[in-house]
Write a protein that binds this ligand. Structure first.
Ligand SMILES: Cc1cc2nc3c(=O)[nH]c(=O)nc-3n(C[C@H](O)[C@H](O)[C@H](O)COP(=O)(O)OP(=O)(O)OC[C@H]3O[C@@H](n4cnc5c(N)ncnc54)[C@H](O)[C@@H]3O)c2cc1C
Length: 445
């Protein structure tokens, strides 16, 4: 089903009003600025007095982890101690990172630090690597620059994102260093950008789409489009080959089919049913179920798997090492007292930053309700949105609302409030940046 953006917002607003979702989550002001989060102006001294108290430890300060840390404090009040453990000094957004490849966005615009979470909400931020958790003593072990630390918790929330299972030929660190996936934004993103810039005019850029589930369903197709657009302008005659492990385009099929067959006709070749079997780094050839493909720049996005840390703490009980959870609270179905949110959890919702933010809020709300002697909300609703640039000036979008289904105990798509852009255009391209700023402000400020 397709809706235009206004129709979508109107229907979504009506649905969410009925479902009791706060209006600020959707507001779209006439001046082009979303009305922002409910947090503006909050300081530790103005956190609500709720009478709740407890020690919450969050692992991973990405889209899901930063959100749950913020909302545990914002809704739980000053009595709820929150410690956020993150290995990096600052977060680099994957969202919009495909635009770094075309030099439209600089890496610096994707960096978010934890200063506001600390100063505005009184969250304790520890830079370090969480290495183990003991659910009996309720302690988390963290390796820091000054040595190991042990943190006591009443509830542990884990949001470590994803890891990768590399195909044959890309198993060694040396091979991986030469062929960046750039599916975690950072140095690999600029390395891939530089490889594309250095490619010969008339050359071939080959990228692969991993089998579902992977983070950001439209992301690989979006990457193919923006790289194709950049090559047309800067290296005419060059080609993009998309080797998809899946039988068909996995998200926004109409829009990406049009983008491949019309907007970027003659540049992008799309090959479905082409899982990678071997990468010959010497000849720059990707071997797949549909045969071998030789290119000048190879961008293999490996199969996404749950990070090793999930196994180490005993919660990796779903396919590919992801964590099974009860989506009313995101508590692990394997270990009580540990919650898993974001890409690391196995749910029917997409692995996406917007939904990670939503899962953080549902999880925070559930933990606080339980802390207060109640039960999690029996009917949570979440929503996911992705904007996908198709050219340097146009974008499309995709959104879905999910509601809890008590029969299957899963989050199910709400048909009337779900859809994609009718076509890519310049308005959507502008809206993409407003959406990004709003989402990141909701999460990190
Ligand atoms: C190119 C691209 C484009 C995308 N575009 C969109 C989009 O338009 N919309 C959208 O909604 N999503 C998009 N996504 C997906 C989105 O970025 C991810 O789904 C999202 O980041 C997942 O959030 P997360 O918190 O689960 O994991 P992450 O954001 O990856 O955060 C995990 C954090 O945990 C930390 N960590 C991991 N293990 C440990 C440990 N043991 N100890 C301490 N810290 C640890 C990591 O350093 C990291 O900061 C895109 C992704 C890519 C690659």
């Amino acid at each position: 089903m397709t809706l235009d953006r206004r129709q979508f917002l109107t229907r979504l607003a009506a649905y969410c009003t009925a479902a009791g979702i706060p209006a600020f989550a959707l507001a779209d002001d006439d001046d082009g600025e979303h009305s922002g989060s409910s947090s503006s102006g909050t300081t530790t001294s103005t956190l609500p007095v709720t009478g709740l108290s407890g020690r919450m430890v969050v692992v991973g300060g990405g889209m899901a982890g930063a959100a749950v840390a913020k909302y545990l404090r914002l809704w739980g009040g000053a009595g709820v101690q929150v410690t956020l453990v993150e290995r990096e000094p600052r977060y680099t957004s994957n969202i919009l990172s495909n635009l770094v490849l075309t030099n439209t966005v600089q890496m610096s615009a994707l960096a978010f630090d934890y200063a506001k979470l600390a100063s505005t909400y009184g969250i304790t931020v520890i830079q370090g690597e969480a290495t183990a958790a003991d659910p009996v003593t309720k302690t988390l072990t963290v390796a820091t620059a000054t040595g190991p630390r042990t943190l006591d918790y009443d509830r542990l929330v884990v949001a470590p994102g994803i890891d990768f299972a590399y195909p044959d030929g890309l198993q060694t660190p040396e091979a991986q260093a030469l062929f960046p996936h750039a599916w975690k934004a950072g140095p690999q993103t600029t390395q891939l950008r530089d490889q594309i810039r250095a490619m010969r005019t008339g050359g071939t850029f080959i990228m692969t789409v991993p089998p579902v589930p992977y983070r950001c369903p439209p992301g690989p197709y979006e990457r193919a489009c923006v790289v194709a657009d950049w090559l047309k302008r800067n290296k005419p005659g060059s080609k993009v080959i998309v080797l998809d492990a899946n039988p068909a385009i996995t998200a926004e099929r109409e829009n990406f089919t049009r983008a491949f067959e019309v907007t970027h006709a003659g540049v992008i070749s799309y090959v479905p049913n082409a899982p990678v079997t071997f990468v010959d780094t010497a000849t720059k050839t990707i071997h797949t179920g549909m045969g071998p493909f030789r290119g000048d720049v190879l961008n293999v996005i490996p199969t996404n798997v749950g990070p090793r840390f999930l196994q180490d703490i005993g919660v990796a009980n779903a396919a590919r090492g992801f964590a099974g959870v009860d989506v009313l609270s995101y508590e692990s179905t394997a270990v009580a007292g540990i919650h898993v949110i974001g890409d690391a959890s196995a749910t029917t919702q997409p692995k996406a930053g917007h939904i990670g933010n939503q899962e953080g809020k549902v999880c925070a709300d559930a933990i606080l309700r339980v802390l207060g002697g109640g039960s999690p909300d029996p009917a949570p609703v979440t929503n996911s949105s992705c904007y996908s640039p198709i050219t340097m000036t146009t974008a499309s979008w995709l959104t879905a609302v999910f509601a809890y289904d008590p029969v299957t105990r899963t989050m199910k798509v709400v048909p009337g409030a779900t859809g994609e852009a009718l076509a890519a255009n310049g308005d959507h391209y502008e809206d993409m940046f407003i959406w990004f700023r709003t989402l990141m402000g909701e999460t990190f400020a």
